[in-house]
Design a binder for this molecule. Structure first.
Ligand SMILES: [Zn+2]
Length: 341
């Protein structure tokens, strides 16, 4: 009897040692790094070429090419196992009345769609990080397709790749603590119409959105930084939350090691980029945002913004920076503090 008890104790000690060791090993695994590494240049290349393809005809808001692009995005989310948020559909349909820009004399002939996908948080499902890009572009003019490979197949690819990485993490038991909503906006080129509609008709309370990381043009080298393959412009990060700025800086310091350029974040920047993409419809509601951007270049808003000119390595690296920042925002203990007024 004594012998058996003794053996039992030994066995207990051995198993407890083993499980302790496993926990220690688990802790030393950097899951952010593990899942960031699922973002590859091959995947990035595939999405950029698909989104900026002839078939999608420059993705003009309300036109058939934009519809095909929306279908492609929904198909990818479904394939990754990233769920719909709105019942039965990945689309937030926008009526034609909301697709008007009087200043520009623009009115869409057809309704259009924001594409929305969702990963529910494991611990704080009602705190939501929004990762976004616009997927519309300028369509066909004078018989020429405006491909918009950089503007904004690049950012839309980023959102897809980040969604895939978080979906894999979730599947393997490492899902984000907070929820993440992935949104591809329509109508951006007509005056931020898709994000304006979302902010006026949010599918979740705007107060539940902890931050918005918006990606618009990250696949090229801008004309102000010739031959520089290791930078990205960061706009807006510190305007509402010092923490957000610091998180992005730290993620870059630890992993991606790029030059973060804040030129366009200056209050008196004449380009006013802070107001010029979809993130502004979050920022104006007091939600901290970061706008990731490569700057303009010779092919900006021209039919020559084609996929062959995308720098796939640089694009992949920039996608990873957004992913690492998202990982921290979604998994940290406390919600981001808005401390700048
Ligand atoms: Zn754009």
């Amino acid at each position: 009897m004594k012998k058996i008890t003794f053996l039992f104790i030994i066995l207990l000690v051995i198993t407890s040692c083993k499980s302790k060791k496993e926990t220690v090993e688990n802790k030393s695994i950097d899951f952010a790094l593990t899942y960031a590494n699922t973002i590859t240049t091959d995947d990035v290349e595939e999405h950029v070429y698909a989104i900026a393809s002839d078939e999608f005809e420059g993705r003009a808001t309300g036109e058939i090419g934009q519809k095909y692009a929306a279908k492609y995005l929904a198909g990818q989310y479904s394939k990754f196992g990233v769920k719909k948020y709105i019942e039965n559909t990945y689309y937030q349909t926008i009526p034609i009345e909301a697709l008007v820009n009087k200043k520009r004399g623009y009115a869409s002939k057809n309704p259009s769609e924001n594409v929305i996908a969702f990963i529910e948080g494991t611990e704080k499902p009602n705190e939501i990080l929004v990762i976004s890009s616009h997927y519309d572009h300028m369509g066909i003019k004078d018989g020429q397709i405006y491909y918009g490979a950089d503007d904004n197949a690049s950012g839309t690819t980023a959102v897809l790749e980040i969604a895939q990485a978080f979906a894999k993490a979730k599947k393997e038991g490492h899902g984000p603590k907070r929820s993440i909503m992935f949104i591809n906006f329509t109508g951006e080129e007509r005056g931020l119409l898709g994000s304006k509609y979302f902010a006026a008709n949010p599918v979740v309370p705007m107060t539940s959105i902890v931050a918005n990381l918006n990606i618009d043009m990250i696949g090229r080298i801008g004309k102000e930084r010739p031959n520089d393959e290791n930078y990205v412009y960061v706009i807006g990060a510190d305007r509402l939350s010092t923490e957000l700025h610091n998180i992005n800086e730290k993620a870059n310091e630890k992993y991606t090691k790029m030059d973060l350029d804040y030129t366009y974040n200056e209050d008196d920047d004449p380009n006013r980029f802070y107001f010029r993409s979809d993130h502004y419809n979050f920022a104006k509601n007091g939600i901290p945002i970061i706008f990731y951007f490569n700057g303009v270049h010779v092919d900006y808003h021209k039919p020559t913004d084609t996929p062959d000119k995308i720098n796939l390595e640089l694009l992949t690296k920039r996608v990873k920076l957004v992913f690492y920042t998202a990982w921290e925002i979604a998994n940290r203990e406390e919600r981001l503090i808005v401390d700048v007024k």
